[in-house]
Design a protein around this ligand. Sequence first.
Ligand SMILES: [Fe+2]
Ligand SMILES: [Fe+2]
Length: 169
Amino acid sequence: MISQKLQDAFNLQINKELYSEYFYLSIAAYCYSLDLDGVANFFMVQTQEEHFHAMKMFNFLTDLGGRVILKHIDEPPVEFKSVIEIFEKTLAHEQIVTKSINDLMDLALKENDHASASFLKWFVDEQVEEEATVTKLLSKLKLIKGEGHGMLMIDAELAARVFTPPAAA
Ligand SMILES: [Fe+2]
Ligand SMILES: [Fe+2]
């Protein structure tokens, strides 16, 4: 049986994943307002991933006989200065989530909860990938200063992104 302390920590993480979904949805809305449909699509896929993360934890906690307690979701930012700023904020946000997943893993290990530690390993790996993707895009955006033809090319590239739910999830 999962401890109450770990349940509370999982519930907090579910809230963070749902906030992430909301945050990226707000970014997508902003990008659509600028007719950057490709960048918007990238963030729409991101919202699906974050929803998937929240539900993965929701199901895990439920399977263990724990209780999911949903909390208030904070209002996301709605205005942004540039696409570069959007990706900077995205990277900073993912770094906070990584820290939070690591803290959750620390707690699972401290409590010798092997099921939770094994489950969380997927999230540890996922965060490495998320940070790498955003870091690479941010570097490209800085190269082209987020403007002109380069920006249109990146917008076209990001239009092709589709959500593929992990098979073994
Ligand atoms: Fe996530
Ligand atoms: Fe994420």
